[in-house]
Structures are given as C-alpha cells and as structure tokens.
Design a protein around this ligand. Structure first.
Ligand code: NAD
Ligand code: TYD
Length: 339
C-alpha cells in the first residue's frame, strides 16, 4: 500500500523538530517531509538520529514563496499538512514586526493556496494561546476556544491573522482543518532565546538571568512531548473545522520558573536581575483543555517532572546549545539578546 505523506512545515525548529522525530519513530507507514527555510531558529543537527531513515525527508524551502511551494505540492501530493513554520519570538516581533507578517500571515496564505489547489485529508494549523490576549490574575479564569481573539503583540497579531485565514479557507473553500492553540512549550531543543532554555544556559554559565518587570507575569507551561501527542491526536481524530486548546494546568510566575531552575542547579538566586519590562507584556496565560480532553488527551508531565527532565537534557546536550550561543549560528544574537 502507498505510504501516506505528511508535510511538517518548520520541522527544523523547536516544536516542529520534536514532532518530526515523534512521527518518524511512531509511523513507519508514513513518509514524513520536513519543509523548513532554516532561518536562525532552524537547525538540522537535531535530526542526526533520524536523517538516514527511509520515512524521513527534508525539503529546504520558504513557505511564503508561491513559485516554489506550488511545484512542491504538485510533485509530492501530500495527504496531511501540519503547519508549524513561523517567526515565534515575541521580543523579536516588537523590534521587527515585518518578517512576522511575511512568514506568519503571507506564508500561511501561500500554503493554504497550495493545499486548496492540490487537496489534503487534513491541514493542522499550530497556533498559540497568545491570540486570546491576556488574562488577569484571577486563577479561576481560563482561555477556552470561545474566548474572543484579542492579540496584543505583533507576534500574536500575526498568528491570529493566520488563524483567521485558515478558518476562512475552511468556510469558503471547504478546507478540512483543525487549529490548535497551545500554551508555552518547553523541553529538548528549545532555542535559547526563550525564558526556560535562556535561564538554564545562563545559570550554567554563571551569568545573570534577565527577568522582565517584577517577574509576576504567569505562563502555563506545556512539555513539548505532551504537545506532540496532542497534535497527533488532533490530526487523526480532530473534528473537521474545530479549534482545540492545548495546556496542562501548569501555571507559574516567571520568577518561580527562574528560581526553580536556579535551585535545581544549586546556584544562587543572586543571578536574578530584574530588567525593564517587555512592551505590552501580557499578564497571564492559562488554558482550559477540556475540549481536547474529550478526544482522550491527558498530559503526562507535571511542571516538576518536565522541568527536571528538561534541565537534565540541557546538561547532557551542552554541545547543541553552546554552538548556538557561541555565535556559530548567529553572531548578532549576542548583541541583541544579551546572551
Ligand atoms: P521555532 O522558532 O523554534 O521554529 C520555527 C521554524 O520555522 C524554524 O525551523 C524556522 O527555520 C522555520 N521557518 C521560519 N520561517 C520560515 C519560512 N518562511 N519558511 C519555512 N520555514 C520557516 O518555533 P517553535 O517554538 O517550534 O514554534 C512552532 C509553532 O508553534 C509556531 O507556529 C508558533 O507560533 C507555535 N507556538 C509555539 C509556542 C512555544 O512555546 N514555542 C507556543 C504556542 C505556539
Ligand atoms: P518567552 O519564553 O519569550 O515566551 P512568550 O513571550 O511567548 O510567553 O517568555 C516567557 C515569559 O518570560 C514572558 O512573560 C516574558 C518573560 N521573559 C523574561 O522575564 N526574561 C527573558 O529573558 C525572556 C526571554 C522572557
């Protein structure tokens, strides 16, 4: 029987990379195509354990380039598309919003057009809880799939725009799709500009950890492997046209996260440095995952088990993150992001 073809965009990044590895191992009966432009956030060294496998394929391409994307779709005739490729860092979107519009909005539209032309069994659009804006500190409030879309940063505005395009292609052209909106992920291969890997790498180097504002902003942490299982489930079992929130009730203040890491590594909390707050800094994110739980999904990691596993992974894989922050990947990174 012909193997089904699954296109994963952004499969050289953090979540897409974990998802590609998960799918290649779990589904030998599928061919997994990792399509990625290899921007500063993309790296293929993470796939050394799977790159020789028969069911793994890599395509270097820009999702926003229609002249390239249409021929790829005509040639490969994918059965499924799981769309991760994006500019993903809020701080970068505040200093340079334009690339976020190009990649996240135009890139998604180009992809949708290719999918519309060739047809697919299912298009899964991986979005973010940040499209809902922010919650206040009342712990009984959560984002549900019915929460109004009210993005506050250029990043979340670009993701919200892409969500609306996916919805429009479903309503107008009958595109079979699901949208997933997850909370903050963490785990192996997380790029060290984001809070958790930045803190681990800096603490291991005895460098100060910048905490924005008073450190009381809250994020709802989801281990990336629990997220991969959720996307697999939505891909195969999600009801056509539905949105699913993904989160595991692991709310922590940023200060708690940083303190947990410092204490686990046996270092001093003097490493914490409170710095100027992020512009438009969302106060709190928290997910109500009831709808996804209705499909049978349950997270396997608590924040305690997940952060312990993640810290151990960064200890065991220093070469991976050191090559990034040493400037072998991007030298400008040090200047702009204080690493
Ligand atoms: P990432 O920044 O680690 O990876 C993004 C990948 O997309 C990189 O490999 C990059 O090379 C690729 N890419 C960028 N522009 C491209 C283009 N024009 N064409 C092809 N590839 C391109 O991102 P991530 O953290 O893995 O996030 C993946 C997705 O999940 C994003 O859509 C993001 O919005 C969403 N998301 C992330 C989080 C999180 O906590 N990291 C939370 C919620 C949602
Ligand atoms: P981040 O990992 O950038 O994810 P997001 O902005 O998508 O939630 O940031 C997580 C939280 O940590 C956010 O409230 C901003 C804060 N933060 C810091 O306090 N210091 C830092 O150096 C970074 C990168 C983030």
């Amino acid at each position: 029987m012909k193997k089904k073809k699954v296109l994963v965009t952004g499969g050289a990044g953090f979540i897409g990379g974990n998802f590609v590895q998960y799918m290649v191992d779990k589904y030998p009966q599928y061919n997994i195509y990792n399509l990625d432009l290899l921007t500063y956030a993309g790296d293929l060294t993470k796939h050394s354990a799977i790159e020789a496998k028969d069911n793994y394929h890599f395509i270097k391409a820009d999702i926003a380039d229609r002249m390239v994307m249409i021929p790829i779709f005509e040639k490969e005739k994918f059965d499924y598309v799981v769309h991760f490729a994006a500019e993903s860092h809020v701080d970068r979107s505040i200093t340079d919003p334009e690339i976020f519009i190009r990649t996240n909005v135009l890139g998604t539209q180009v992809l949708l057009n290719a999918v519309k032309q060739m047809g697919v069994t299912k298009f899964v659009h991986v979005s973010t809880d940040e499209v809902y804006g922010e919650l206040d500190f009342d712990p009984s409030t959560f984002f549900t799939e019915e929460t109004p879309i009210q993005p506050n940063s250029p990043y979340s505005a670009s993701k919200a725009s892409s969500d609306l395009l996916v919805r429009a292609y479903h309503e107008t052209y009958g595109l079979p799709m699901n949208i997933t909106r997850c909370s903050n992920n963490y785990g192996p291969y997380h790029f060290p500009e984001k809070l958790i890997p930045l803190t681990i790498s800096r603490v291991l180097n005895d460098q100060k950890v910048p905490v924005y504002g008073d450190g009381k902003n809250i994020r709802d942490w989801l281990h990336v492997l629990d997220h991969c299982v959720a996307i697999d489930l939505v891909l195969h079992e999600g009801v056509n046209g539905e949105v699913y929130n993904v989160g595991g009730h692991n709310e922590r203040t940023n200060l708690e996260v940083v303190q947990t890491i410092i204490n686990a590594l046996g270092k001093s909390e003097d490493l914490i440095e409170f710095v100027e707050d992020r512009l438009g800094h969302d106060k709190r994110y928290a997910i109500d995952p009831t709808k996804l739980e209705g499909l049978g999904w349950r997270p396997t990691y608590s924040f305690e088990t997940g952060i312990a596993q993640t810290i151990q992974w960064y200890l065991d894989n220093k070469e991976w993150w050191q090559q990034i922050i040493s400037g072998e990947y991007q030298s400008y990174f040090e200047k702009q992001y204080r690493l």
